[in-house]
Design a protein around this ligand. Structure first.
Ligand code: NAI
Length: 252
């Protein structure tokens, strides 16, 4: 097996300021990659991850992006290419959820917001990085979906549907570029210990943990390991896949 190393690779993590994205930035950096961290206006958190990486000798920088805005996503990708020299790896990780509600009470503005972030944001990221990756004949695109794409729960229709869309979009685009040296895959994390997990309420978490074989939420570092693998040369034969670190919840 080839070594799982990202030495010399240039990565942009969109939605990298906190939670899973932040752990991905750290894991990429510890495998030798240069890392751009893009997020929307959480300056303290963002500067702290970048400060931390730079302090440990990593070539890292931060940038502002709102993934709902195609122009913003295009700009942040162009900036990454000029700042880092080129881009090998793009992680489309930005995502939001809601407290949840039955379908008849679904707020239409929130529905649109969830799709604009979780689906459009991922599409914009792929659209604007692909010309560069196609020109170079190499690329690793990793989108963040969710195990809820495969095992939808009640009262979270917008979120579950948005993540199923990410999984389908990943598989569709993966086929378009599979012969061009570019892999497109997604990670479908199970319950992971971040701020987002508790948006659905404490009882939602408690109930679901009872049924989870491992009996605890995932640590962000345990989720980040899958991104490192998919970004590595060892994952060259993974095309359009959904890899799901999930503590045994969904098995296939
Ligand atoms: P989080 O809330 O800690 O992080 C989400 C990140 O996305 C934040 O940095 C946030 O600023 C960024 N973001 C949100 N909207 C944005 C926008 N319009 N433009 C730019 N950045 C934006 O949540 P967590 O848990 O780290 O989530 C990361 C990804 O993992 C999300 O896509 C989420 O849906 C997914 N996920 C999380 C799971 C969990 O249990 N925590 C399980 C499965 C998937």
């Amino acid at each position: 097996m080839e070594h799982m190393t990202l030495r010399g690779r240039k990565a942009l993590v969109i939605g990298g300021a906190v939670g899973i994205g932040r752990a991905v930035c750290k894991a990429f950096a510890s495998e030798g990659a240069s890392v751009g961290v893009a997020d929307r206006g959480w300056p303290d958190e963002k500067s702290s991850i970048v400060t931390e990486l730079v302090a440990s000798g990593v070539d890292a920088y931060s940038d502002e992006v709102d993934v709902r805005d195609e122009g913003s996503v295009s700009r942040v990708i162009q900036h990454a290419i000029s700042r880092l020299g080129w881009l090998d790896i793009l992680v489309n990780n930005a995502g939001i959820t809601s407290a949840g509600a039955p379908m008849q009470q679904q707020d239409s503005t929130l529905w649109a917001e969830i799709f604009a972030t979780n689906v459009n944001g991922v599409a914009f990221g792929m659209k604007h990085v692909l010309p560069h990756m196609l020109e170079r004949g190499f690329g690793r695109i990793i989108n963040t979906s969710s195990q809820l794409a495969h095992k939808p729960v009640p009262n979270h229709g917008a979120y579950c549907a948005s993540k199923a869309a990410v999984t389908a979009l990943t598989a569709s685009v993966a086929q378009e570029v599979a012969r061009d040296g570019i892999t497109v895959n997604c990670v479908c994390p199970g319950m992971t210990d971040t701020a987002m997990l508790y948006k659905g309420g404490e009882s939602f978490v408690e109930e679901n943990l009872k049924a989870l074989p491992i009996g605890r939420p995932g640590k962000v570092s345990e989720i980040a390991a899958t991104y490192v693998f998919l970004a590595s040369d060892a994952a060259a034969f993974f095309i359009g896949q959904s890899l799901s670190p999930n503590g045994g919840d969904v098995m296939w």
